[in-house]
Design a protein around this ligand. Structure first.
Ligand code: ADP
Ligand code: MG
Length: 322
């Protein structure tokens, strides 16, 4: 199959808000007046970001979903994407499944695939996503203020637990297994939530590398600290029952791939945030309050056994020995 045919068959679909999509030397789009263009790129490498034998339909979904999550974290409406893909060979079954997963996500979030590049090589998928945000309103990492509440959406650590299961580090069963594997392979980016947080949140990030790492970025950018208590982090029933286990703690605090949003907002917005949670049927949990940077101490996950709070300052992750 020629490269052109492959692109035509698997990566060309009608577009909804694009002047000129795939097929020319470049795509043409119009950004609405009084809006800024928001752009983000993510690469997924086989063996690093997903298992070589992962279902192609899931890889396709996730390749786009992780980028949608970046738009959500900015409070931006995702609209366009490009896809650069290196394939070791033309495996039509794999391509059909990958493209069905990719376009399922594109349809779910109303995104046009407007171009890309297709080459031969070790399996590697790079998506660039573009969206719009009202000028000056994007949710950045740097806007958190002293005394702001720190919120997270959904529950944390499911995806990391699913990965731990696949790596043989733990043996999950029944509901816990299903929930975790689903979280790992089918992340649901919080697009609607991100859009609704404009005017409410002072800063926002999506949790892709784990709560501590990602909240750490916000605190560093905003020059603040926070004290995190493990018990306040929203988790699945399975995790709640096994919170004494180091692996479960590790997944909850530092596990990646959740794609939930972590945002800050002043306490005066609490009612509005509760309403939003009900409207969108998404759990929103206040896990801490920001404060001025604390004394620097080294993080020690083991110390969580003793139920001691962890303190994050702008100097890194700190264990706060109270
Ligand atoms: P060029 O030689 O100008 O780089 P290509 O032959 O690489 O053009 O691509 C032809 C057209 O197909 C372009 O419009 C490009 O954006 C699109 N395209 C290539 N690969 C993909 C892909 N994986 N997904 C979507 N569009 C693609
Ligand atoms: Mg090209």
């Amino acid at each position: 199959m020629s490269e052109f045919k492959l692109i035509q068959k698997y990566f060309t679909r009608p577009t909804r808000h694009t002047h000129l999509g795939a097929g020319d030397d470049a795509a043409l789009v119009t950004v609405a007046e009084s809006m800024q263009l928001v752009i983000s790129t993510d690469m997924l490498v086989a063996g690093t970001h997903f298992f070589h034998d992962a279902a192609a339909v899931d890889v396709g979904w996730k390749a786009l979903a992780v980028s949608v999550s970046d738009m959500a974290a900015m409070g931006a409406q995702a609209k366009w994407a490009t896809l650069a893909i290196a394939l070791p060979n033309v495996d039509e079954k794999w391509l059909a499944e990958f493209s069905s997963g990719f376009f399922a996500c594109a349809e779910a979030f109303n995104i046009d695939l407007i171009g890309g590049d297709t080459t031969k090589g070790p399996l590697n998928i790079s998506v660039t996503i573009m969206g719009e945000v009202p000028t000056g309103k994007a949710l950045k990492r740097s806007g958190a203020q002293t005394g702001d509440d720190i919120w997270v959406s959904g529950t944390l650590g499911n995806a990391a637990l699913g990965l731990a299961h696949l790596q043989g580090k733990t043996m999950l069963k029944n509901d816990a297994l299903q929930t975790s594997i689903h979280a790992l392979y089918r992340p649901a980016p919080r697009m609607e939530l991100g859009l609704a947080l404009i005017g409410i949140a002072t800063s926002c990030i999506d949790i892709s590398d784990g709560l501590l790492a990602d909240l750490g970025h916000v605190l560093k950018a905003s020059n603040l600290g926070a004290t995190i208590h493990l018990e306040r982090i929203p988790v699945s029933p399975y995790q709640a029952n096994h919170l004494h286990q180091p692996l479960v703690q590790q997944c909850t605090l530092a596990g990646g791939d959740d794609y939930e949003l972590c945002f800050t907002a002043p306490p005066s917005k609490r009612d509005e945030i509760e309403r939003l949670s009900q409207q969108q049927n998404i759990a929103l949990t206040c896990i801490a309050i920001t404060h001025k940077p604390a004394v620097h101490l080294d993080i020690d996950l083991q110390a969580m056994y003793q139920n001691k709070p962890l303190s994050l300052s702008n100097q890194g992750f700190d264990h706060f020995g109270q």
